[in-house]
Design a protein around this ligand. Structure first.
Ligand SMILES: [Zn+2]
Length: 205
């Protein structure tokens, strides 16, 4: 089995009065995570882990700072981009492990639902995604949420496996189209597919 490994890290500050999005779920909480997109710290860390596994840059290289298309964007789009990169490099996910670090809310009661959602977005089984959470003991960082993610990927050898991956990517593309339609209607921005990345390590997402 030819394998590679990728690591991702992300952090966002809590801000009152905005929706809290973690792992593709909207969580009931008085504060959300501030960011240019929906601030989904978990999906951003996984996106970087997958891109890192195939040395395809990072989230900021594909979604440049200040691009109005990604204002309040659903971070499932970023994850989709990482899946496309993974597929075109000829790899698929073996497993993903993550650790969230945040003071509140408690993740444990919703970790199962979150794993199911992320597994769905990645087109993998729930046993292939782990989501752990801990509080920032001794760090004095109760106002931010951080996430570490690591992904093991393996080279795809069977043509049938590539077909299955394509189906997942295509489903995700449809999601992306829906979101782009919404964005263009809200912001009056012309609809446009993600084009070739400009390498840029700045991450404002
Ligand atoms: Zn982020």
């Amino acid at each position: 089995m030819e394998t590679r490994i990728g690591f991702g890290f992300d952090s966002h500050a809590f801000k009152p009065g905005i929706p809290l999005r973690i792992g593709g779920l909207t969580i009931k909480h008085p504060e959300g995570l501030a960011g240019h997109s929906d601030g989904d710290v978990l999906l951003h860390a996984i996106t970087d882990a997958l891109l890192g596994a195939v040395a395809a840059g990072d989230i900021g290289s594909f979604f440049p700072p200040g691009d109005p298309r990604w204002k309040d964007a659903d971070s499932a789009i970023f994850l989709n981009l990482a899946l496309v990169e993974l597929q075109s490099a000829g790899y698929r996910i073996v497993n993903v492990d993550t650790t969230l670090i945040l003071a509140a809310p408690r993740i444990f009661p919703i970790a199962g639902e979150m794993r199911a959602r992320v597994a769905d977005l990645l087109g993998i089984g729930i046993d292939q995604i782990s989501i752990k959470a801990k509080t920032p003991e001794g760090l004095n960082l109760d106002h931010i949420a951080q996430c570490h993610a690591i992904a093991l990927v393996e080279r795809v050898l069977e043509p049938d496996d590539l077909k299955t991956m394509s189906a997942v990517v295509e489903t995700q593309r449809q999601l992306e189209d829906v979101v782009e339609d919404l964005l263009s209607s809200v912001h009056g921005v012309p609809k446009k597919r993600v084009v070739a990345p400009v390498y840029d390590t700045e991450d404002i997402t």
